[in-house]
Structures are given as C-alpha cells and as structure tokens.
Design a binder for this molecule. Structure first.
Ligand code: NAD
Ligand code: 0WE
Length: 259
C-alpha cells in the first residue's frame, strides 16, 4: 500500500497509554510514514507516553495541560521547531469531566464543573487550532481531527455535562471548518462508539453500555481503538481533501438506529 503520510508532520494530543484512541491514531499515521510529536498531561503518564513515542521515533514529547494557554502556545511552538516551522496534522483527543458529574444528575452540575468540562473538552480544540493555524498555513494547509460522541447530540444516560461539552465541540468543528477552509485547513470529527480506554473503564456501568450498543447496532460487535485509527487516517489524508466540517461515525452503525 502507498504511504499516505510520507513527509507529513503531526501533533498528537491525548495519549495516556497504549489503549488511548489517540495512540491508535498515531500508530496508524506512523505506519503510513508520518512524523509525530506528542503531548501528555501530568508526570503520572509521562513515562507511558515517552515509551510509546520512542517506539515511533518521535522527535518531541512535551507536557500540555490544555486548560493553560501558555502550555498550548508553547507545545505548538516546540512542534514548529521540531518540524521546520510547518505542521500538517493536529489530533485533538482530550476530554474531561469530574467523575461525580458522570455519576450524579445532570441537573445538579455546578457552575465551576460545567465550565471545567467545556474548557478541557471543547475550548481546547479552538485554542489548539488557533495556535496551529500559522504552521499549517506555512505547510500550504492542514487537517485537524477531534474525537466526539453521540451523547453530544442525544441524551445518553450518565454522559451528562460531557454531552454538553461534545455539543460545543461539534459546533466548534463547523465554525473552525468554515474559517480555516480559507487556508486549506480541514477540520473534522470522529464519533466513536464505546471503546474500552482508560477514560471509559473508570465509568460505572460502561460494560453494560457496551453490551447494549453491541446488541442494538447493525454490526453487533465491539468498537476497537484501531477501528477509529482507520477512520482517522482517512480524514487526515489527502483522500479526504474535499471533506471538512463533518463527523464520521465509527460506531458499528449504532447512530443510525431509532430503537
Ligand atoms: P484516554 O483516557 O486514553 O484519553 C483522554 C485523554 O485526555 C488522556 O490522555 C488525558 O491525559 C487527556 N486529558 C484530560 N484532561 C486534560 C487536560 N486538562 N490537558 C491535557 N490533556 C488532558 O481516553 P480515550 O477514550 O482515548 O479519549 C480520547 C477522546 O475520545 C476523548 O475526547 C473522548 O471523549 C473521546 N471518545 C471516547 C470514546 C470511548 O468510548 N472511549 C468514545 C467516543 C469519544
Ligand atoms: O468521552 C467519553 C469519556 C470521557 C471522560 C471520561 C472520564 C472518566 C474519568 C471524561 N471525563 C472523565 N472523568 C473521569 O474522572 N466517552 C465517550 C466514554 C463514555 O463515557 C461515558 C459514556 C461513554 C460512552 C459516561 C457515561 C455514559 C457513557
């Protein structure tokens, strides 16, 4: 197969461990020739991410808390230094809500934790896109991908404030696609079905939810992070050169069902 990402340079956010969706995407891009820089959040996962990044000969692994403007600007500057002032690909695979807000009632979400979820899970895409814009412009264009979930469009029990954040994220994809299209920068999302990652496994009732999706989706099988990697590679590649502002569902078809 031809290597679709030969000579392409990407910045990957959201790897926590080998099960992360961001890692499945990175593996796929790297296999097809991309050079990748990685960000991680917090010293606790630094070694994980460094080991994974080393396995794909990454030139840059750097800390980034997406709530901090200076971090976002610094990591993109560092990526620019590693990649001769150019960037082709940005993967945004970051989300967070306080655990109690995914367990309790949405109605009871306090103001500060509502903003926390939107800050980490939605605004961060806007901040990263803005910082990346000059490097992508220098490359003659670029492709940005974020990870969303059906709970931003429909009420999924317990997804709660994360659903509101994904709704803001989905809308941000459309507005960014409109503005950055002018610079040949595409912005898309993948809406994944439940994948057993670190973020997912700590959620009470996740196995039940996976079972429901498997039973009711047209394809009746679990969604793997590598399935998302395949869709991501398509959206990030030249094969999708006229695709922007869209959401690709990698969910076994679950979103198409009414019952
Ligand atoms: P994961 O835990 O592997 O990844 C989540 C990442 O977010 C982690 O790397 C974590 O470090 C990072 N993060 C959280 N707060 C941060 C902050 N303040 N600054 C920087 N990074 C921060 O889990 P995942 O399932 O791979 O999640 C990746 C994305 O996929 C998320 O946007 C999630 O909403 C989305 N998603 C997941 C599923 C699923 O079922 N796993 C389904 C659809 C969409
Ligand atoms: O986006 C997600 C999960 C994101 C997430 C996970 C956690 C767990 C640990 C955000 N914040 C946190 N905070 C923590 O403290 N998914 C799409 C996976 C997911 O999470 C759910 C789901 C699905 C699917 C929560 C409730 C219901 C369904």
């Amino acid at each position: 197969m031809t290597k679709r990402f030969e000579g392409k340079r990407g910045l990957i956010t959201g790897v926590a461990n080998r099960r992360s969706i961001a890692w499945a995407i990175a593996k796929r891009l790297s296999e097809e020739g991309a050079q990748l820089a990685f960000t991680y959040q917090g010293e606790r996962i630094e070694k994980n991410v460094r080991d994974l990044a080393d396995s794909v000969s990454s030139p840059l692994v750097t800390a980034c808390d997406v709530r901090v403007d200076e971090d976002v600007e610094r990591v993109v500057r560092e990526a620019g230094e590693a990649f001769d002032g150019q960037l082709d690909i940005l993967v945004h695979s970051v989300a967070f809500a306080a655990a109690e807000d995914l367990e309790g009632r949405f109605t009871d979400t306090p103001r500060d934790r509502f903003w926390l979820a939107l800050d980490v899970s939605a605004y961060s895409l806007v901040a990263l896109a803005r910082a990346s814009e000059p490097l992508m412009d220098a490359a003659g264009g670029g492709s940005i991908l974020t990870m969303t979930y059906l709970g931003g469009e429909r009420a999924v029990p317990h997804y709660n404030v994360m659903g509101v954040a994904k709704s803001a994220l989905d809308s941000s994809v459309q507005y960014l696609a409109w503005e950055l299209g002018q610079k040949n920068i595409r912005v898309n999302a993948i809406s994944a079905g439940p994948v057993r990652t670190l973020a997912a496994r700590s959620i009470a009732g996740f196995p039940t939810m996976e079972a429901i999706v498997e039973e009711r989706s047209p394809l009746h099988r679990p969604i793997e992070a590598d399935d998302v990697g395949g869709g991501a590679a398509y959206l990030l590649s030249e094969d999708a050169r006229n695709v922007t502002g869209t959401t690709l569902y990698v969910d076994g078809g679950y979103h198409a069902m009414g019952m």
